[in-house]
Design a protein around this ligand. Structure first.
Ligand code: ADP
Ligand code: MG
Length: 150
């Protein structure tokens, strides 16, 4: 498994790293985003969406809707489990089983730690963001994925 930690001193750097990962994604990939509230998970997802051909001006956090679906170069499901309290029911609440059946889609999940030990059927790419507020972020990307730059 590959694991890379990248320093992101600005919001733009977080977005750009999301773009780099997004450019390497293909249908069926699952991306798990971990990190505290305000870490930059939604901004990172906007980078992914941008790389997949979506205009990020129209992208909002799914913290209330739980799931947003975008049709870009691929279908992207953007999920946020922040408001889900019951870890047993988290996957059911967002219809994750059904979403994962769409093998041409990319699935991005914020607060993926709420799922516990969920079997995705594939090896997900994990993105862990540390830092919040105005401080620089350290973003670790792990999984069977190779993306550009360093
Ligand atoms: P989350 O979805 O994890 O709650 P957001 O994506 O909404 O977080 O981002 C929260 C804030 O963090 C935004 O204001 C964003 O500009 C800021 N941010 C993201 N990355 C960085 C960074 N590398 N350095 C400084 N601020 C950042
Ligand atoms: Mg968010």
């Amino acid at each position: 498994m590959l694991s890379k930690t990248i320093n992101c001193p600005t919001p733009e750097a977080t977005f750009e790293l999301g773009e780099r990962l997004g450019a390497a994604l293909k249908g069926g990939d699952v991306v798990l985003l971990k990190g505290p509230l305000g870490a930059g998970k939604t901004l990172f997802t906007k980078g992914i969406l941008s790389a997949l051909g979506f205009d990020t001006a129209d992208v909002t956090s799914p913290s209330f809707t739980l799931v947003n679906r975008y049709e870009a170069d691929l279908t992207i499901y953007h999920i946020d489990l922040w408001r889900i309290e019951d870890p047993e029911g988290a996957s059911f609440s967002v219809g994750l089983g059904e979403i994962l059946e769409d093998e041409d889609a990319v699935v991005v999940i914020e607060w993926a730690e709420r799922l516990g030990a969920f079997d995705f059927g594939v090896d997900p790419v994990e993105v862990e963001i540390s830092g919040d507020g105005d401080s620089p972020r350290e973003i670790t990307v792990s999984g069977e994925i190779v993306f550009e730059g360093d």
